[in-house]
Structures are given as structure tokens and as C-alpha cells.
Design a protein around this ligand. Sequence first.
Ligand SMILES: O=C(O)c1cc(=O)[nH]c(=O)n1[C@@H]1O[C@H](COP(=O)(O)O)[C@@H](O)[C@H]1O
Length: 283
Amino acid sequence: MTFLDKLRAAERANASLLCVGLDPDPARFPAGVTRDAQGIYDFCARIVEATADLAIAFKPQIAYFAAHGAEPQLERLMEHMRAVAPKVPVILDAKRGDIGSTAEQYAKEAFVRYRADAVTLSPFMGFDSVQPYLKYEGKGAFLLCRTSNAGGSDLQARHLADVPGQPLVYEHIAHLAQTTWNSNGQLGLVVGATYPNEIERVRALAPDVPLLIPGVGAQGGDAVATVKAGWRGDASHTRAPIIVNSSRAILYASAGADYAEAARQEALRTRELLAQAQRQALA
Ligand SMILES: O=C(O)c1cc(=O)[nH]c(=O)n1[C@@H]1O[C@H](COP(=O)(O)O)[C@@H](O)[C@H]1O
């Protein structure tokens, strides 16, 4: 089963476009959760259990684990996700990008050590920095395209003078991901929910690749505008899905002992918002 098949199956099984982002910050943990590597595991495990039937994907952000020496806990969490949510693919948010020989090691880390279904990558160093990930058959790789932060415009919204039509950098990345770089259908693109016009443009340029769209929730992106701009699905879910990520708004929905239940309620609310937008788009 390829990453794309897994995504479509999870979209169908959980009736969801919502990706639950796992960005565990011990400083924000509720009382009762220890502010150490074990607490990081415990906190994320409860969130995963509370949202396993609501998500199209989980997205652990590796820095939140590595900064606290919690890589063994991330390994265990990956196992836990496979056990409690076997149908929900896991995107390891690592945003790697390096020369081929080093990329080989990063790819091994993502797909062998952590057994992720997909990874996020920076395309800045070119195709030979992406290729090592594509050797892992059935795995996915999301290229940063038009990121959710304001500074994304510094480079991504610049023109490429030497490409016919002078596209913007992010438009060119979208074109490459749809065409020459996507030899095995493993690529996806990252586009921020904070830029719905750009989501629409990316979707037009890359109609067949899944879009990972962070920025709803804490960053204020509009879930409805996101679906309208990027979702081209139909009832049989055969088209490339969009995967709309929310992290902090779900993780820290409550600072109390009820944090897992509060996370579930926020995930339910966001999933329903996305579903409503889908219904509007079909009407
Ligand atoms: O690749 C990403 O996931 C990503 C790309 C992007 O353009 N913007 C962005 O916020 N992210 C990640 O998505 C998550 C957003 O978290 P919240 O703002 O808390 O929902 C974080 O893990 C970011 O690292």
C-alpha cells in the first residue's frame, strides 16, 4: 500500500481531512504530566489515543523530541501510533535537506528508524537532495512550497528569471512536484493555510499531489478558505487529498487534567469545520 493509498483510506475511514500535529512542549504540559522525555511520550500517547478515529494523519515534529533527548520516546510513540491507529499514516515533520550522501542517512532515520509513512523536506538543495527518499518505495515526501510563515515570501514569492514565464519560486516547486521530480508518485507539497490564494495556485499547478496544509488553529489560517482553495475531492476520494494540520490548538486546548478530552473536542470541531467546507464546495 503506498502512502497515497494509506492517506485516501484514512480520509475515508475517519471521514477527515484533519492532521493532528504532535509538537509537545513541556513548558505547556498540564499539571500531572512530567516535563521530561517520559512526559513527552505520555502526553503525545494520550493525544493520539483521543484522536485516533478523527485524523487523516499524525504529524510529529522531530525538533520537539530531539531538543529534549526524546528520540527513543519518539520511536516508542511511532510504535504506539501504529498499534492504536493502524490506518492513520504518520508524517515525520523533519524538514530535511542536504547533499545526497547525507540525505541517505536522513532517509534511513525517517523510514527505517522511525518507520514513518512520509517526511517533510526542503527542496532548496535540488533534486539530488530529494532522490534518496524516493528510493523507499511507497513512502511519501512533502516538499516545502509556500510555507505558512510571513518570511516564506522572502524567497518563495520571488520570480525565477531564467524559467520561461518567470514563475515565482513556489510555483516552480509545485510544477516540478507535479511533473519531472515526481517519477514514482511519491511527492506532496506543503502550503500554508495562511495563504489560500497560493493554495489555489499550487492546486492548479499540481492537481495530482497531496497537499499538507499547516496553519489553521494557532496561526489563524481559515479552514473553510483552505478547503475551498485546495480540495478537489469527490465522494469516492480518488483525487489527491489535502491534509490540514493543526498542532497547538488541539494539544493545548485545555491546561487541565482533561487535556486529552479537550484535544478530542477541538479535533472534532476542526474536522467538522473542514467537512462543512467540503459540503459547501460540493453544493
Ligand atoms: O511542514 C510543516 O509542517 C510546516 C510548514 C509550514 O509552512 N508551517 C508550519 O507551521 N509547519 C509546521 O506545522 C505545525 C504548525 O503548528 P500550529 O501552528 O501549532 O498548528 C508546526 O509543527 C510547524 O513546524
